[in-house]
Design a protein around this ligand. Structure first.
Ligand code: SF4
Ligand code: SF4
Length: 299
């Protein structure tokens, strides 16, 4: 039986494809984008998030932890590696200072959940979006899920970073109505610096995908300090010429996920990134429109 670690099934999503959608967020991603707004998605394993600001150091979690993984010393709570993410401390913490990210689902578990909102998909021409993390690293699960969604006449979208084997994209393409394909940086050196790997595979894959699929929405985060320059837009426009790109979404940077980094014990490097101006976003949008692309600011 195919299973996958999923950290959220978000209902009434309106930024992840057409209409009202349910978005299924998978854990695990080959990229490490500095600005990632789902940092709990990067690790494929289940994780415990801890909010120091909500914790009153009552000691309940320390007492109930069956692994003795939690220690409170000198007004500081730590959780060691023996934690098996059983989730008991999350249930017992009445302050809501502990959260669990990740739960193993079967395809039928997900189908049961997403079918509850079928009426909203039908009324709004919406559907189900697979996102993450990178859904296509769970290809056996994703292929089975997409097929079941199509068997139920539900519109499907796959939000991908493209940094996977092309075989995985090909298997998903058969049952995917629209791909939301992220291109973050055209400059490969910067790609390595800000994302942790080369963009070569991502760019090769979108060319190949365009040969077998005719509905690809390009998703481009725009971040001042990373890629908020005209050169990046010009290079992207040159690169996508001749590809089957049906729409371009320009996504201005925001830092609303900053708090999650703290809860995961990670550093958020916000001094390197900022929001681009509205004027700049408008200009970038017009640059795509002038080349005949349908472009939108936002998802
Ligand atoms: S139970 Fe919650 S509030 Fe109490 S020590 Fe643990 S994390 Fe802090
Ligand atoms: S998730 Fe379970 S094992 Fe981990 S710290 Fe909480 S109670 Fe202990």
């Amino acid at each position: 039986m195919n299973t996958a670690n999923i950290f959220n099934i978000q209902k009434f999503s309106v930024h992840d494809g057409p209409g009202i959608r349910t978005t299924v967020f998978f854990k695990g991603c080959p990229l490490k984008c500095l600005w990632c707004h789902n940092p709990e998605s990067q690790n494929i394993n289940t994780q415990i998030l801890y909010d120091r600001d909500k914790c009153v150091l009552c000691g309940t979690c320390e007492k109930i932890c069956h692994k003795k993984a939690i220690k409170i010393e000198n007004n500081k709570l730590t959780t060691d590696e023996s934690c098996d993410c059983c989730g008991q401390c999350v249930i017992y913490c009445i302050q809501g200072a502990r959260q669990i990210a990740g739960k193993v689902y079967t395809v039928d578990d997900v189908m049961k959940e997403v079918l509850k909102d079928r009426v909203f998909y039908e009324k709004s021409s919406g559907g189900v979006t697979l996102s993450g993390g990178e859904p296509l690293i769970h290809i056996d699960f994703v292929e089975e899920l997409l097929k079941k969604l199509k068997d139920n006449n539900i519109h499907t979208a796959v939000d991908t970073c493209g940094a996977v084997s092309f075989e995985n994209l090909k298997r998903a393409a058969k049952y995917t109505d629209v791909f939301l394909y992220d291109i973050k940086l055209m400059d490969d050196e910067k790609h390595v610096e800000f994302i942790g790997m080369s963009n070569k595979l991502i760019l090769e894959n979108i060319i190949k995908l365009s040969e077998i699929h005719n509905n690809i929405n390009l998703r481009m985060p725009i971040i001042e300090g990373v890629n908020g320059d005209e050169e990046h837009i010009i290079k992207t426009i040159e690169f996508i010429e001749g590809l089957n790109i049906s729409k371009v979404n320009l996504l201005p940077y925001h830092d609303i996920a900053k708090h999650k980094y703290k809860k995961l014990g990670k550093v958020y490097e916000d001094d390197r990134m900022s929001k681009p101006s509205d004027e700049k976003m408008q200009k970038f949008k017009e640059m795509f429109e002038n080349k005949g692309y349908k472009a939108k600011i936002g998802g």
